[in-house]
Design a protein around this ligand. Structure first.
Ligand SMILES: Cc1cc2nc3c(=O)[nH]c(=O)nc-3n(C[C@H](O)[C@H](O)[C@H](O)COP(=O)(O)O)c2cc1C
Length: 464
């Protein structure tokens, strides 16, 4: 069998993910594996359709495709996403149709599920036969039991190809409802909003002012009594996607720092805003690869939240309601930045009046919440994610991400449960006592009332 591996690591063959592939290759010498360094070559593939078509030919002539990539900011690296976009832009989807496929990714399991969901959806959209995904921790290959599982996974893929096993489809095709948004002037009762000194920035990839997104942005701007600045991420000089070199881990300085405008854009422009509105078009099952490049490049900050204490709004053009995975990714951004997620307005309502009023309301809320300093409680999106970072930075990743470690130490990120003196005392006291059946009976009969006692004391004295 001929298996094509589409390598999504910008590091090319010097990639952790590709070590898994090379291992598989050694274990299955009866099959031919060909690794194509997609992400590393993306600029060439963009420039030369001839080079791009060579990849497409390889895909056509294969028995199976492995999408092998590192997790980058909850998804695939921007360079890989660009390749997926090129497949659609150059009408080469047919090459992938009916091909058996699987995903192999490495990461530290931070939002690996959203990247897998994304790739699964892309494979479904390409009408491929998606066998499954294998999400390995970066160093799982060192563990014999994990290697066994990897072999089983690959055997399953080969078996599916050989026996033409039917595969399930997780995602229905996206339905696009053509609609032109035509904003109107503010209603009489909609007064122009005073920003009250709050700095608002709109960041967008919209290049067409007459597109729905372009008009949504203008509508948003028109809600205010002063000019609200728009920055187009295509106008920024960004030399390329994140290279994955991790040199930033030491001091948060990107290797591109003096070569393009990205560091200044993030650390000066974005960080100085009180309110950020990210506006984007949905491209396939995410935003554009340009937006992805921005998120990937922000990795020079390591795992430190840098856009703190802000209000975030989103203007999105496209079928977000059909892509729950993307909604989750978007909602997680403000939370992980220790900021507040306010709302997402899309053009899916297909009713200009409704969109007008929702945008006005978003504009009002952003100012109001910025003034009051409201921040929603954290959810699993950041509580769970931050624990993964905390453990990794405290432990095995500390020598690489030294800047993270300094920040985490200074800002109380190392909140391991073993530092909780109260929990320690209670555990020491009650675990031995509950070994006794008689005590246990009494214990569980009063537990409910005892557990809410400290909360009740607050309710009983609300003004304390
Ligand atoms: C820019 C960047 C973003 C990353 N984002 C994530 C992430 O969202 N989740 C995660 O678990 N790991 C993330 N990682 C870690 C990589 O996925 C991990 O180190 C991977 O094994 C690298 O594979 P490679 O050597 O094949 O490129 C990120 C690494 C980089 C450089």
């Amino acid at each position: 069998m001929k298996i094509i591996v589409l390598n999504g690591s910008p590091k090319g063959i010097e990639s952790a993910t590709m070590q898994y592939i090379l291992y598989i290759q050694k274990k299955f010498p009866q099959h031919e594996f060909k690794i194509l360094n997609i992400a590393q070559q993306i600029k060439k593939l963009e420039k030369s359709d001839e080079k791009f078509q060579e990849i497409i030919e390889e895909v056509k002539n294969s028995d199976g495709i492995i999408w092998g990539f590192p997790l980058y900011v909850m998804l695939v690296p921007s360079q890989y996403k660009r390749f997926i976009e090129l497949v659609a832009e150059r009408n080469n989807e047919d090459a992938f149709k009916d091909k058996y496929t699987a995903v192999l990714t490495t990461s530290i399991h931070f939002y690996d599920h959203t990247a897998i969901n994304y790739m699964n959806a892309i494979c479904d959209d390409l009408e491929m036969k998606y066998v499954g995904s294998f999400s390995a921790d970066m160093f799982d290959l060192m563990i014999p039991k994990k290697r066994e599982q990897l072999i089983l996974f690959v055997e399953n893929l080969f078996n599916a190809i050989e026996n033409k096993i039917p595969t399930t489809r997780k995602n229905l095709p996206l339905i696009k409802h053509p609609f032109e948004y035509v904003p109107e002037k503010l209603e009489k009762e909609e007064e122009k909003i005073d920003t009250n000194g709050k700095k608002i920035l709109i960041i967008t990839d919209s290049v067409d002012r007459s597109s729905n997104l372009g008009k949504m942005i203008q509508r948003f701007q028109s809600c205010f009594s002063t000019i609200v600045e728009v920055i187009n991420i295509y106008d920024l000089n960004i030399k390329g996607g994140c290279l994955g070199c991790i040199q930033c881990g030491y001091d948060n300085i990107c290797v591109y720092k003096d070569k393009d405008e990205f560091t200044e854009f993030w650390s000066v422009t974005l960080e100085s805003a009180d309110i950020l509105v990210f506006a984007g078009n949905i491209v396939d099952r995410y935003l554009s690869s340009r937006w992805k490049m921005v998120f990937d490049r922000s990795f020079f900050n390591g795992h430190i939240p840098t856009l703190r204490e802000k209000q975030f709004g989103f203007l999105i053009s496209g079928p977000l309601g059909q892509i729950a995975n993307l909604r989750q990714i978007i909602e997680s951004i403000p939370e992980l930045e220790e900021s507040n997620f306010v709302d997402i307005i899309t053009d899916e309502y297909a009713d200009s009046k409704i969109i007008d009023s929702l945008i006005y309301n978003l504009a009002k809320n952003l100012i109001m919440l910025s003034q009051s300093g409201y921040k929603k409680p954290q959810t699993f999106l950041s509580v769970g994610g931050n624990k993964i970072f905390r453990d990794a930075v405290y432990g095995r990743m500390r020598f690489v991400f030294q800047a993270d470690h300094r920040y985490y130490k200074e800002h109380g990120f190392y909140d391991f449960p073993h530092n909780d003196k109260y929990a320690k005392k209670m555990n020491e006291k009650f675990i031995p006592l509950t070994q006794n059946e008689k005590f246990r009976k009494i214990f569980y009969s009063v537990l409910k009332t005892e557990m809410i006692k400290p909360l009740k004391s607050i309710v009983d004295n609300p003004d304390k």
